[in-house]
Design a protein around this ligand. Structure first.
Ligand SMILES: [Zn+2]
Length: 289
């Protein structure tokens, strides 16, 4: 039995990359252009033309970044809410004040009703729009629709799609495709004046293809592992590295990360028991049992 030989080969698939990296790797010139089909913002809402575009086979393998998708979908709903009174993608000097007033009111209501700090700029760290905020944003579509004034059916559909791609289960590609296309049609019908944001376009139009290209259920290929390291990285840079030069800091960080990812050392870690998630019935319909 010990004479057996095993040959193992590795293949690297870039599924944890975000939009910025994907744009660069796929040699696209602009972040505003879809890195799969090359559609510009002004072309996004012309669904008939968009589905006929040729897709980059390489870019379809990049993974769907389900965590970032949640945040971008939330920001899309927020912007529809901010701009709904003047129905335009851009603001000009006449509508700017109007938008700011709605924005302040909406942020106040989110804090009051759901205790959520939405779209608040954090010094040097982007905004408060993170995974947890966006998860709670979509938890109760009726409340979110009430505060934002955006169609409740659209918010519910966004929630179902996001929970499906985050589920780590096998997705029924055909059903998922139909659900996404119906959602895209609803979006254009209701909010044709607001160009579909690139991430929403990516998931609704290319999502089902990306799911079928993935070697594992798409939710397993998420950027979660990488994002989870941010906290660990910060801790190790602060407490376990020399601060006399950037080179020694980085060297110590690399050593620390190598130690902590060692399989033997890692086996001492306390395992968190994962909570069993209950999925919405609409999500279950899109999954393969
Ligand atoms: Zn596209």
């Amino acid at each position: 039995m010990f004479n057996k030989k095993f040959a193992i080969s590795h293949s690297l698939t870039m599924t944890m990359i975000d939009g910025k990296v994907a744009t660069t790797v796929s040699k696209n010139c602009s972040m505003a252009v879809c890195f799969i089909c090359g559609a510009k913002p002004t072309e996004m809402n012309n669904l008939d033309a968009v589905i006929l575009r040729t897709n980059s086979a390489e870019a379809l393998k990049f993974g769907i970044s389900p965590l970032h998708a949640r945040i971008k979908f939330m920001e899309c709903i927020l912007h529809l809410g901010y701009n709904k009174s003047f129905k335009a993608w851009r603001t000009n000097k006449d509508t700017k004040e109007q938008k700011e007033a709605v924005k302040t009111e909406m942020k106040k209501n989110f804090k009051l009703v759901l205790g959520l700090k939405v779209d608040v700029v954090k010094q040097g760290m982007g905004t408060t729009n993170d995974g947890n905020v966006s998860r709670r944003f979509f938890e109760h579509p009726e409340i979110t629709a009430d505060i934002t004034g955006v169609n409740v059916d659209l918010i519910h559909r966004f929630k179902i799609i996001l929970n499906t791609i985050n589920s780590s289960k096998n997705i029924d590609v055909g059903k998922f495709h139909t659900y996404c296309m119906d959602t895209a049609k609803l979006y254009v019908e209701l909010y044709g004046w607001y160009y579909m944001p690139i991430t929403v376009h990516k998931v609704l139009i290319h999502g089902s293809k990306m799911v079928s290209e993935a070697i594992l259920p798409i939710g397993m290929l998420s950027e979660e592992a990488q994002e989870a390291m941010n906290k660990e990285y910060r801790n190790c840079r602060l407490f376990h590295s020399r601060k006399n030069s950037r080179i020694s800091t980085n060297e110590d960080v690399m050593h620390y990360l190598q130690i902590s990812s060692d399989p033997y050392i890692n086996s001492f870690r306390m395992r968190n028991k994962l909570k069993k998630l209950e999925y919405h019935d609409d999500v279950k319909k899109l999954l393969i049992e």
